[in-house]
Write a protein that binds this ligand. Structure first.
Ligand code: GLA
Length: 359
């Protein structure tokens, strides 16, 4: 869990933004809710390496340098994440890592980096498995434990080979702050959600599918859509990387991002990724098995109008026995699965339940 610069700030990042974000994450309760990794995405460096081939933090954006920024983040109780690319250049045209893997890994270690997101632009004819393994080995050789986040967009089915390479891997192209829009290189969260169905068998502790960073709280989503996006990323056991301007978020958005009961679904120690149990025009049910023998069940209204959802728990065939039901967003216990349940769901909103077996 953490926060990444890209979704809101793109290439316009600097030391002041990172420090203000860290302070805001402390004040809002995000850090204590589990958002530990603060990740600088593309464009933190100068356009060229130095004469010895070293990466240099852009002194205009980061005048105190990366070591000092890492120290600041560590003192504040965060972990320090950074970005580069497996190709010759990053997606925004800054120096990529190709041919400099061991050197760069040593640089990151000297700065106290704890997390590396490694992109896939400008890779030429490079083989993805070999390329990412090289960087994995380089990080290992540098001697500092680093979370290795593969960002090759699912092009080469990393879920089939990256378990021993990285800790998480992107499964799709980039997310956008909309429900189901399609842009040249990015798409709405509902489109990404659809493409996760079937990938659940590949994820587990220390090797996660990554459906991309969150757009929760960003302009293009209604509050209902932000709640649905967050709920479903938790059902997917997705890495929860916030991507909004946390210095300016509303109380409602803060409440979504820091909801401890919902985060607990995402972080459940069983580490199962949830799956789509049912899809009908206008509605879907996504479910996730939990370590206490219970289930998280998410009803999603995919239509444009209010949906009256009538739930007969007997139809959820994966359940066995009786469960107590908690409505996680309403913060209410609503009885057991012996009784049918009816509720209205607004357009693009969810009902999110935690079912706990009755002993
Ligand atoms: C790619 C990645 C994004 C972001 C940008 C930075 O598009 O998929 O997440 O890192 O590059 O340029």
């Amino acid at each position: 869990m953490g926060w990444n610069t890209w979704n809101t700030f793109g290439t316009k990042i600097n030391e002041k933004l990172i420090k203000e974000t860290a302070e805001a994450m402390i004040a809002s309760g995000m850090r204590d809710a589990g958002y530990k990794y603060i990740v600088l995405d593309d464009a933190w460096m100068t356009r060229k390496r130095d004469p010895n081939g070293n990466l240099i933090a852009d002194p205009r954006k980061f005048p105190s340098g990366m070591k000092a920024l890492g120290d600041f983040l560590h003192e504040k109780g965060f972990k320090f994440g950074i970005y580069n690319c497996a190709g010759t250049k990053t997606c925004a045209g800054y120096p990529g890592g190709r041919g400099h893997e061991y050197q760069d890994a040593r640089t990151y270690a000297s700065w106290g980096v704890d997390y590396l997101k490694y992109d896939w632009c400008n890779h030429g004819t490079a083989d993805p498995q070999e390329t990412y393994k090289t960087m994995r080995d380089a990080l290992h050789a540098a001697g500092r434990p680093v979370v290795f986040s593969l960002c090759e967009w699912g092009n080469n089915k990393p879920w089939e080979w990256a378990q021993d390479v990285g800790h998480l891997w992107r499964t799709t192209g980039d997310i956008s702050d909309c429900w189901d829009c399609k842009k040249k290189y990015s798409m709405g969260f509902k489109i990404i959600l659809d493409s996760q169905a079937g990938l659940e068998e590949y994820a587990g502790p220390d090797h996660w599918n990554d459906p991309d960073m969150m757009e929760v709280g960003n302009r293009g989503l209604t509050l209902a859509e932000s709640r649905a996006h967050f709920s479903l990323w938790c059902i997917l056991a997705a890495p929860l990387m916030a991507g909004n301007d946390v210095r300016k978020m509303s109380d409602e958005v803060r409440d979504i991002l820091t909801d401890k009961e919902v985060i607990a679904i995402d972080q459940d120690p069983l580490g199962r990724q949830g799956y789509r149990f049912m899809e009908h025009p206008g509605k879907e049910i996504w479910v996730k098995e939990l370590s206490d023998g219970g289930w998280a069940v998410c009803f999603l209204n995919t239509g444009d109008d209010v949906l009256t959802m009538r739930i007969n728990w007997l139809h959820l065939s994966f359940l066995s026995g009786t469960y107590e039901i908690r409505d996680l967003w309403q913060k209410k216990d609503i009885g057991t699965t012996k009784n049918n349940f009816t509720a209205d769901i607004a357009s693009h909103d969810v009902l999110l339940f935690k079912l706990t077996p009755v002993k």
